[in-house]
Design a protein around this ligand. Structure first.
Ligand code: URP
Ligand code: ZN
Ligand code: ZN
Length: 471
C-alpha cells in the first residue's frame, strides 16, 4: 500500500469484539498495521485519553428526497453528510425512489449522480420498490441492480395508495431476494389500520398535531412486523425491519430470532430518547416529533433499550428525514403545512449528527452496554448486513481507514444553533452529552478536527456492495 502515512497514537482501539490499547498505522486510504512498532509517518494524531472507533455507518437516511407526497427535505447530500461527518458517521446508505414512470434502474443512476458531486462521506443506496414500479416490470430492474451491487430493496407496508405494496408483491420480491442474496427491508406498519384510525380521528375532530400518535397504534406495527417475518421465513430470505419503535414489534422480532430466523431490527435515537409525553402538550411544536412509526410512550423506551442491549434489535440508524418547523425564504416550507391537521404533517425527524453521541451517552455512559456493543450497533452489524464488511465497520489491517477518535470526557451541548445539518431544530435541544468525536477520518483523510470541517463536497465515494453477510 502506498500513499501518505498517518499514525494514530496512544488510543484504545474499540471494535465489536474488544477494546485494546494500541497504535494504528494508516497507509493511503487503508489501515496498514495495528499494535505498536517503530513506525514513521508524515502525520501523527494523538489519541491519548481517547477511544478509536470504526466510523459510524447509518443505513437509513433520506437526503434530498424527491418530494412526491410532501415538501422537499431540508437536508441535501451536502448538509446531511456534513452533519454525518461531525457526528462520526463516515458511511451513509440512502434510498433511490423512482419519479413518475422512471424505471428503478434509472432512478438509481439519477440518485448516484445527484450524490456524487455532494457527499462528504462514502455512500450507497437501497432500491425503494413501489407497487406501480413493480407493476411496470420493475422486478427485472431490481435483479439487474442486485447484480450491480445494490443488495437491499425496501418496501412499504404502510401509506396505502402511495407507497404501500401488498403481500403478493413482497413475497414475489422475497423469492428473488433469497436467490440473489439481497436483503429485504420493510417499513412495517399495517397501512389499513393506520388509514382507518386516521379517518376515525379526523371524523371526530381530533386533528391536532400530537394526535398523529393515536393514528399509529402499537398493534399496526406489531402486526406488519409479524407478517413480514412470516413472509420472510416462508421465502427464506433475509429481512431487515427499519425504524422499530414499538416494544411489541421488537418482541415479534425477538421471538423470530430465537427460532433462528434471518431477521434484524433497527431502532433509532428518537425512539430511545424522546417520548410521546414530550410532545403531548406543546401545541404546534409537536410537529417536530412527528414521524412514522411514531415516537411512543416513555414506558416503551426501557423495553427498546433492553431489546437493543440483548441483540433482539441489532442496529441503530437514524431515518434522518428533515423538514423545517419555521417557514423561511431560504428553505422549503415543511412541517407547517400540517398545522392543526396531523394527516398533512410531513413525517420525519433529524438525528444523524447526534446519533453516536446519544448512543454513547445512553448506552455506554449510562451503563446499559459496553463500547463493543456500541460499535456493533452503529457500525459493524450495519456493515455486515449491507455488504460492506470488512472494508467498513471494523478496525482491521486492510480495512478502509474510516476512524473516529472519540474523546469520552469532552462535553457537548446539542443545539440547532450549532449543528451542521440544515434543519432548524433538534429534538435534543440543550441536552449536554459527554463523549464526542475529536477527529474523524474517512479513507485516511482527516475530515473533521473537532469543530473544523476539512472535507469538501464530492470527496465521498460510491460503494458497490456485496451480499448480506450476517446470520
Ligand atoms: O416518518 C418517517 N419515518 N419518514 C421517513 C420515511 C420513512 O417512512 O422512513
Ligand atoms: Zn419508514
Ligand atoms: Zn425512513
Amino acid at each position: 500500500m502506498t500513499g501518505p502515512h498517518t499514525l494514530i497514537e496512544g488510543g484504545q482501539i474499540a471494535t465489536a469484539s474488544g477494546v485494546t490499547r494500541g497504535d494504528l498505522l494508516i497507509s493511503g486510504e487503508r489501515i496498514a498495521a495495528i499494535g505498536s512498532g517503530d513506525w514513521s509517518a508524515e502525520r501523527t494524531i494523538d489519541a491519548s485519553g481517547c477511544y478509536v472507533l470504526p466510523g459510524g455507518i447509518d443505513v437509513h437516511t433520506h437526503f434530498a428526497d424527491p418530494a412526491d407526497f410532501g415538501p422537499s427535505k431540508a437536508d441535501d447530500f451536502v448538509t446531511g453528510t456534513t452533519g454525518a461527518a461531525f457526528g462520526g458517521t463516515t458511511t451513509i446508505i440512502d434510498f433511490a425512489k423512482r419519479r413518475g414512470t422512471e424505471s428503478f434502474y434509472d432512478a438509481y443512476q439519477r440518485r448516484v449522480k445527484q450524490a456524487e458531486a455532494q457527499c462528504l462521506v462514502d455512500y450507497s443506496f437501497h432500491a425503494m420498490a413501489t407497487s406501480s414500479g413493480l407493476a411496470d416490470g420493475g422486478l427485472d430492474d431490481l435483479r439487474r441492480l442486485a447484480q450491480d451491487g445494490v443488495t437491499s430493496w425496501k418496501f412499504f407496508m404502510a401509506y396505502p395508495g402511495r407507497m404501500m405494496v401488498d403481500d403478493t408483491t413482497i413475497l414475489t420480491a422475497m423469492h428473488a431476494a433469497a436467490e440473489l442474496g439481497v436483503m429485504i427491508m420493510v417499513h412495517a406498519e399495517n397501512g389499513a389500520m393506520v388509514a382507518d384510525e386516521t379517518k376515525r380521528l379526523v371524523r371526530s375532530g381530533r386533528t391536532e398535531e400530537h394526535a398523529h400518535h393515536f393514528a399509529h397504534p402499537h398493534l399496526a406495527e406489531a402486526e406488519a412486523t409479524n407478517r413480514a417475518i412470516a413472509l420472510g421465513e416462508f421465502a427464506e430470505c433475509p429481512l431487515y425491519v427499519v425504524h422499530v419503535s414499538s416494544q411489541h414489534a421488537a418482541k415479534r422480532i425477538g421471538a423470530a430470532r430465537a427460532r433462528g430466523s434471518r431477521v434484524w431490527g433497527e431502532t433509532c435515537p428518537q425512539y430511545l430518547f424522546a417520548a410521546y409525553e414530550d410532545y403531548e402538550q406543546i401545541g404546534y411544536d409537536a410537529v417536530k416529533y412527528i414521524c412514522s412509526p411514531p415516537i411512543r410512550e416513555r414506558s416503551n423506551q426501557d423495553e427498546l433499550w433492553r431489546a437493543l442491549s440483548s441483540d433482539v434489535l441489532s442496529t441503530v440508524g437514524t431515518d434522518h428525514a428533515t423538514f423545517c418547523v419555521e417557514d423561511s425564504e431560504e428553505l422549503p416550507s415543511g412541517k407547517s403545512r400540517g398545522r392543526g391537521y396531523f394527516p398533512d404533517i410531513p413525517n420525519g425527524v433529524p438525528g444523524i449528527e447526534e446519533r453516536l453521541m446519544l448512543m454513547y451517552e445512553g448506552g455506554v455512559a449510562a451503563g446499559r452496554f459496553g463500547l463493543e456493543r456500541l460499535v456493533d450497533v452503529v457500525s459493524t452489524t450495519p456493515a455486515k448486513l449491507f455488504g460492506l464488511f470488512p472494508r467498513k465497520g471494523t478496525i482491521a489491517v486492510g480495512s478502509d481507514a474510516d476512524l473516529v477518535v472519540w474523546d469520552p470526557n469532552a462535553e457537548h451541548v446539542i443545539s440547532a444553533t450549532t449543528h451542521h445539518v440544515r434543519v432548524d431544530y433538534t429534538l435534543y435541544e440543550g441536552r449536554t452529552v459527554s463523549g464526542r468525536p475529536r477527529y474523524v477520518l474517512s479513507r485516511g483523510e482527516l475530515i473533521v478536527d473537532k469543530d473544523d470541517l476539512l472535507a469538501r463536497p464530492g470527496r465521498g465515494r460510491y460503494l458497490n456492495r456485496s451480499e448480506v453477510m450476517a446470520g
